[in-house]
Design a protein. Structure first.
Length: 177
C-alpha cells in the first residue's frame, strides 16, 4: 500500500514527514480506471476518499497532510481547502485557484491567490509583505530587502528565470548569509 511515488501514481500524504520523504499512502495508478482519488473540494467538504483495488477508503482532510495528483503536483490540506505546493526551500509557497462571484458582475471570476507557511505543517497565511515580515521578525536583513525589492504584494511571486528561483526565496536565502 505504501511505496515511493512516480509520475504515474497519485495518493495521500498522511503526515508532513510522509510528504518530505515522498511516501504516498493509498497509492493509486493514474492509468487504472477503477482506482481513484476524490478530494471533494466543493462546498468546503472536510472529507475525501480513495478507491484502491475496489476498496473505498475515506479520509478526513483535517487529519491528512495532503496528496499528489496524477499531474505530479503536490497539495496540502489546510482548513478544509487544498493548496498546491509550489516551493519548499526555506519556507513553503502555495497557490490556490478559486472562483469568486463579483457583486457587480455576471458570474464567477477566477482568483489566483498565493500563500506561505514557515514550515511544512505551520499555519498557511496569505502571501503579503506584512505577513512575511511578521513571520520572520528577527530577520532584519530579510525585512529590509523585502521593502527595497517589492513595491506591492503582487510582486512577491516574481520568478527569476536565470536563477530558476522565486525572487522572494532568493532574497530570504541571501538574508541568512
Amino acid at each position: 500500500m505504501n511505496s515511493i511515488n512516480s509520475v504515474n501514481t497519485c495518493g495521500l500524504y498522511l503526515t508532513a514527514d510522509d510528504f518530505r520523504s515522498h511516501k504516498l499512502s493509498y497509492e493509486v495508478g493514474c492509468t487504472n480506471s477503477t482506482d481513484k482519488l476524490k478530494i471533494n473540494d466543493m462546498f468546503g467538504s472536510s472529507t475525501g476518499y480513495v478507491v484502491v483495488h475496489g476498496q473505498k477508503h475515506s479520509f478526513d482532510k483535517n487529519s491528512t497532510y495532503g496528496y499528489r495528483d496524477c499531474h505530479n503536483k503536490d497539495y496540502r490540506f489546510y482548513d478544509k481547502s487544498s493548496y498546491e505546493i509550489l516551493d519548499t526551500a526555506a519556507f513553503f509557497l502555495y497557490y490556490q485557484y478559486r472562483s469568486e462571484e463579483l457583486t457587480k458582475g455576471k458570474g464567477l471570476v477566477k482568483v489566483d491567490e498565493h500563500f506561505f507557511s514557515t514550515k511544512a505543517n505551520g499555519p498557511i497565511q496569505k502571501l503579503t509583505l506584512d505577513n512575511l515580515k511578521n513571520a520572520f521578525p528577527d530577520n532584519d536583513k530579510f525585512r529590509y530587502a523585502l521593502d527595497a525589492t517589492f513595491r506591492s504584494d503582487k510582486e512577491l511571486m516574481a520568478y527569476d528565470q536565470y536563477l530558476n528561483v522565486y525572487k522572494v526565496k532568493y532574497i530570504y536565502s541571501q538574508s541568512l548569509k
